[in-house]
Ligand binder design. Structure first.
Ligand SMILES: [Zn+2]
Length: 269
């Protein structure tokens, strides 16, 4: 029974970074009955599903409170937290981040401009025209394209996008546009970015991608035709890679990495 002062997990975002408690070299999501930082009376506290019977709460603040300075807490980027905390907490932090982003971007009705009002943990309503507002998820696709060279050896297409922060190579990906099926998005993105056509498009899996609120839907495909010609505004490098000459690839937080690892594992077996 909820007595009102039970321990809860707190997913706190400070200027976009996640607050974690640091004990020696271990990081964890803060657990306490009250918020681990100072909150304003107008700070919205988002309720989330529970983990191991403990309630989960989330909020965002913009200035670090004094308690951060004593070394008990650190802030890390959401993506970086993948390596520091168990996956169940990373996933919940992603959900928290999406809901807080949604809360901040729906203070006013998109139809008439009047203020919106909270109805439930995941819905609001316009105070003037009554429009109901729920969190939106933006779908994007990602595809692993396989080709066999003249000797029958398999290789895959890896590209380096100009907006990648580091040196790693990834897979062709892009947002679904209005009116498209997922298969059409893949064909269009691959054609636009590499001028290739592909065949045998098959579903692989999907992953919530809370940057800021997406879902990444992954596919595998085979090369069909065309000469590799990169779209220069989006891609700076790209090419076909065999398992023994792989460049730096994305970290394990991404489904891109799962697609690449799956290909390498299947070649070995
Ligand atoms: Zn309205």
């Amino acid at each position: 029974m909820n007595t009102g002062n039970e321990d809860k997990y707190w997913f706190v975002f400070i200027s976009g970074s996640l607050l974690l408690e640091k004990t020696d070299e271990t990081y964890s999501v803060p657990v306490s009955d009250t918020p681990p930082t100072k909150v304003h009376e107008w700070t919205y506290i988002q309720h989330l599903p529970s983990i191991d019977g403990k309630e989960c709460m989330a909020y965002t603040i913009n200035t670090p409170s004094e308690s951060l300075i004593n070394g008990k807490y650190v802030t890390v980027g959401l993506r970086a937290s993948f390596k520091l905390i168990p996956i169940i907490f990373y996933n919940m932090a992603g959900k928290a981040s999406e809901l807080l982003y949604w809360d901040q971007s729906t203070k006013y009705c998109g139809v008439c401009g009047a203020p919106t009002k909270r109805m439930t943990n995941i819905s609001k309503k316009c105070t003037h025209c009554g429009k109901e507002i729920w969190p939106q998820v933006a779908p994007a696709v990602i595809v692993r394209i396989r080709q066999k060279d003249s000797s029958g050896k398999e290789r895959i297409l890896l590209v380096h996008a100009r907006n990648f922060k580091s040196n790693f190579y990834g897979l062709v990906a892009g947002f679904v546009e209005t009116g498209e099926s997922l298969e059409e998005t893949i064909q269009r993105e691959v054609k636009e970015e590499t001028s290739l056509t592909i065949k045998n498009i098959k579903y692989f899996g999907s992953q919530s991608w809370p940057y800021p609120s997406g879902i990444m839907i992954a596919f595998t495909a085979d090369y069909d035709s065309g000469e590799l010609l990169l779209q220069e505004e989006e891609l700076s490098y790209g090419g076909w890679f065999e398992p023994d000459n792989m460049p730096q690839i994305p970290d394990k937080a991404s489904i891109a990495r799962r697609l690449i690892d799956d290909w390498i594992d299947n070649l070995k077996s």
